[in-house]
Design a protein around this ligand. Structure first.
Ligand SMILES: [Zn+2]
Length: 157
């Protein structure tokens, strides 16, 4: 599934080099022969990126490479799900619901609860990426933006 990186992980994930826990995730997004895609969107995520210049530069690079996709309508969806979220990261839940992304990179316990709540994210269930042992989560599936956009699973040459 496409990934969503919680702002609380920007410092470790986007560092040069990335923390070892995030190396497989960053490789999946950056290496030419991999096919990772991150999704982002909404005014809160934009504000979080503005406060983290290195993460903002990272996303600019990903967008230019076709490896990050902006998602529309996140603010309205966040408003719609806020009351059902334990965390204050309803924008992340909204991003997942709208995009089909189901892997969220976070260390926030409340957001983990929301990501794993089938009343918020289902078909498939949301998953949390926390360390290199979770590299098996880094793939696309039928609900993905990339899958929809390309019509089939495809590796970059
Ligand atoms: Zn995907």
């Amino acid at each position: 599934m496409c990934v969503i990186i919680d702002a609380n992980r920007f410092a470790e994930a986007v560092a040069q080099p990335p923390a070892s826990a995030y190396r497989p995730l960053i490789d999946w997004l950056l290496l030419p022969r991999s096919d990772g895609v991150a999704v982002f969107g909404g005014s809160k995520y934009a504000e979080e990126l503005r406060r983290a210049p290195s993460a903002q530069r990272f996303f600019v690079k990903l967008v230019q490479a076709g490896r990050a996709k902006p998602i529309a309508g996140v603010d309205a969806e966040a408003d719609a799900v806020r009351a059902r979220c334990v965390s204050d990261d309803e924008h992340i839940v909204a991003l997942a619901r709208l995009s089909g992304a189901r892997v969220v990179c976070t260390e926030d316990g409340d957001l983990m609860s929301d990501v794993r709540d089938p009343r918020l994210l289902a078909r498939p269930r949301g998953r949390v990426y926390r360390n290199a042992g979770h590299r098996a989560l880094l793939h696309h599936d039928a609900g993905c933006q990339r899958r929809e956009a390309r019509g089939r699973h495809r590796k970059r040459a």
